[in-house]
Write a protein that binds this ligand. Structure first.
Ligand code: MLT
Length: 395
């Protein structure tokens, strides 16, 4: 057997694995120390009432012969696919329910979806970026173009003719920078993809955090996107499903390349590679999109947004440059005193036990930057902000 030698081209270990390793080492040397976790974007609030009620109902259904569900349809339960299509409809995006595929979450799907593309394709990743985009393509042996962005373009680069790529990753609102593509800027990428015959993989995992209603929540708000884009979304951040696992992917039936229909290909893929998502979870997921569910998840999102304000106020007080935090649950800041991003990580961990994510983990151009997640508890976030002011205010 010859293993996939491309694994040898990966960094030793995955970003969030490295961070937890460092934290565990610190804790073994400093047992019992309280940590302020603002590293990985993992939620701290429980699932909302509507979801819990629906999950319980789902469990009860499985106990009753007439309501029991065995294997679920591989592409998603019709009731959830319809519910999600209607959710898009409320924003003026018309989708047929069989253009929506229910998934086990965006990170799983971002890797799996690459089955649709030939290995000879080149992937373009706008960096700083969620590291799985790069790693999944390295594993597949694909060529990658790392498109650096920075403060000079608000972390929102435009395409240009020199970019010879077939698969284009766009995450908006962006992880890690919090930058959001406006409609005009996004249209440039849609036109570029259509002109070249490329496909955009649009990661919309943070759409529910958009406050500024002029900004698009979905790439399908942009004319032409039905001919070139796949949108991957998740209930992890929207509704606290990080540990529950549920997401969805939109592949328009109009998306075709070289005579192949990508929606039909994905149906073929899912029916071969999955037995669908648990009925119970899909019941819970559908509750997110009810009026009650929407109100409840937005109450939780408002708590995370308050955390963002607390952290931003501390950074303002310290005179530290940052962006994000408004339409996204991440704050992207410049490491103070010219520190490197892992250096700053170690410094905060050792001195005040505040955990963030080093910018370098999101690509080379992230060096010198740092990310705070705003998904922590309000109490911990407030304390962390005080500790940051005390520590960095005296530097
Ligand atoms: C992050 O912290 O970047 C995300 O939570 C990671 C993920 O969604 O897998």
């Amino acid at each position: 057997m010859k293993p996939n030698m491309h694994y040898g081209e990966l960094k030793d270990s995955y970003l969030f694995y490295n961070i937890s390793k460092k934290i565990n080492e610190y804790l073994s040397e400093n047992p019992g120390k309280k940590l302020y976790r603002m590293g990985i974007g993992d939620v701290s609030l429980p699932l909302c009432e509507s979801v819990i009620k629906a999950l319980h109902e789902g469990v009860d259904d499985q106990a009753v012969k007439e309501k029991f569900h065995g294997y679920m349809p591989e592409c998603g339960a019709p009731f959830l696919r319809e519910t999600i299509a209607k959710y898009y409809g409320r924003r003026g995006v018309e989708l047929a329910s069989d253009e929506v595929f229910v998934s086990s979450g965006a990170s799983d799907e971002l890797g799996d979806i690459l089955d649709l593309f030939d290995k000879s394709n080149t992937a373009l990743v706008i960096e700083p970026a969620y590291p799985a985009y790069v790693d999944a393509n390295v594993m597949a042996g694909r060529k990658i173009i790392h498109l650096a962005s920075g403060e000079y373009n608000g972390f929102l680069p435009d395409p240009d003719e020199s970019m010879d790529a077939d698969i284009l990753y766009i995450c908006s609102p962006n992880n890690p920078t919090g930058a959001v593509f406006g409609k005009e800027k996004l249209k440039k990428w849609v036109d570029f993809a259509n002109e070249r015959g490329a496909v955009i993989l649009f990661d919309a995992a943070y759409e529910a955090f958009i406050e500024d209603e002029s900004l698009p929540h979905s790439i399908f708000e942009i004319e032409g996107a039905r001919m070139c884009a796949i949108e991957i979304c998740s209930l992890s951040k929207t509704a606290g499903f990080t540990g529950t696992r549920l997401g969805y992917t939109v592949i328009p039936k109009t998306l075709e390349r070289e005579g192949m229909n990508l929606n039909a290909m994905w149906v073929r893929n899912r029916t071969t590679k999955t037995n669908g998502i648990s009925y119970i979870l899909q019941k819970g997921g559908a509750a997110v999109f009810t009026e009650e569910g929407q109100e409840q998840i937005h109450r939780n999102i408002a708590i995370y947004k308050k955390n963002a304000k607390v952290l931003m106020a501390a950074l303002d007080q310290l005179g530290i440059w940052y962006c994000g935090g408004k339409n996204a649950p991440y704050i992207w800041l410049k490491c103070p005193s010219g520190m490197g991003s892992w250096e700053f990580f170690d410094y905060l961990l050792q001195e005040v036990q505040v955990i963030g994510t080093p910018g370098e983990g999101f690509g080379k151009c992230g060096e010198g930057y740092f990310r705070f997640s705003t998904f922590g508890s309000p109490e911990d976030t407030e304390r962390a902000a005080e500790l940051l002011v005390q520590l960095l205010g005296s530097k």
